[in-house]
Design a protein around this ligand. Structure first.
Ligand code: KG4
Ligand code: ZN
Length: 336
């Protein structure tokens, strides 16, 4: 069975083909970053229009490069939420229209479930149950995962998502959009001894996060310097270090609370080498295993959507032809 996966929730158009026995066949990605960069962030209307322009050619390209035709495809998985409503509607309406004309089912996938399952595309996938830390531009979630579709939310960010905080801190440091990877690069030159930033919400029980205070702390610290290249690098280091440690403290707590010994880390921010190293160190100390997707599947992509869709397409009733986007959609009890 071949599943076509379509991702259009934000600023990346992703398409992939997954086969039930052979695994991932091929994936194609088009990033809108260069377009949004000139505005310093994502412009939702431009994102939708660009998905419209790029999606069908990308599907064609993915089929051709896989040496497949539309008649080989047995189902279409698309991101139905959460995300930008206009961008989601492009994916949903394209998926539903193609599925209808090709006479095959379409299934809407939760974007964060796609991230959560992305490490399963790797050679050494995690087995259930596990704790998942999902760190993206829009969400920061800690989830107890017992099986596919059985997700218990343990904690989440009460304000900014981790990626959003990275992007906002990067903007203060005069870095381009999206700032996460650039801030991380700048931090390599930082002096680890110079600033100590707080680890928000780690001094009280619970598994929720808050990153907006860290952002303010970044701004105040920066404003008390001359903003030389070294000052900026030192601030970047302190921000990244505090974020990594905060995530590690909460993950350790989640492993203890659930009694689980497996941690999955996914979403755009999980591409960050410093954060990966910090979480690997913590997991080794806790005698827990830790799993990440390969860096290109940390950020948005069609492969994770094709894979998540395949997990559900056999179990679920075919969707109606009604085209629906869910800009807000909790991950708890997705398929109950
Ligand atoms: O998962 P993702 O591609 O999109 C959403 O679902 O939001 O995550 C994008 C976020 C952006 O905030 C971006 O700055 C951040 O992930 N990001 C990083 C790195 N690579 C991507 N943040 C820190 N370090 C990185 N290397
Ligand atoms: Zn994402």
């Amino acid at each position: 069975m071949y599943i076509l996966g379509i991702e259009t929730s934000c600023d990346e158009t992703g398409v992939a083909i997954y086969h039930s026995k052979q695994g991932l066949i091929h994936h194609c990605l088009y990033s809108q970053i260069a377009m949004h960069n000139q505005y310093g962030g994502i412009v939702p209307e431009l994102a939708s229009r660009d998905h419209i322009r790029k999606l069908i050619p990308l599907i064609d390209q993915c089929l051709q490069q896989s040496k497949l035709t539309k008649s080989d495809i047995n189902g279409i998985a698309y991101t139905s939420g959460p995300g930008l409503v206009g961008a989601l509607l492009v994916g949903a309406s394209t998926a539903k229209s193609l599925a209808w004309s090709w006479g095959i089912p379409a299934i809407g996938v939760h974007h964060m479930e796609g991230h959560l399952l992305a490490p399963m595309l790797e050679e050494n996938p995690p087995s259930f149950p596990f704790v998942a830390l999902l760190i993206s531009g829009g969400h920061t979630l800690l989830v107890e995962v017992k099986a596919i579709g059985d997700y218990q939310l343990l904690g989440e960010s009460l304000d900014d998502a981790a990626g959003e905080a990275f992007d906002k801190a990067a903007k203060m440091l005069n870095l381009a959009y999206p700032g996460g990877p650039l801030l991380s690069k700048l931090a390599e030159q930082g002096n680890p001894e110079r600033f100590k930033f707080p680890r928000p919400m780690t001094d009280r029980p619970g598994l929720d996060f808050s990153f907006s205070g860290l952002k303010t702390f970044t701004m105040n610290t920066l404003n008390n310097t001359e903003k030389t290249d070294q000052d900026r690098a030192d601030v970047a280091f302190a921000f990244q270090h505090a974020t990594a440690e905060t995530l590690a403290i909460k993950c350790k707590r989640a492993l203890k609370q659930t009694g689980l010994k497996r941690l999955v880390v996914a979403g755009g921010v999980s591409a960050n080498t410093y954060i990966r190293e910090t979480l690997i160190r913590m997991s080794h100390k806790e005698r827990a295993e830790v799993f990440f997707p390969r860096p290109e599947f940390c950020t948005d992509n069609g492969a994770m959507i094709a894979f998540a869709g395949y997990q559900h397409i056999l179990k679920q009733e075919p969707e109606s032809l009604c085209i629906q986007a869910k800009p807000r959609w909790p991950i708890n009890n997705l398929y109950s």
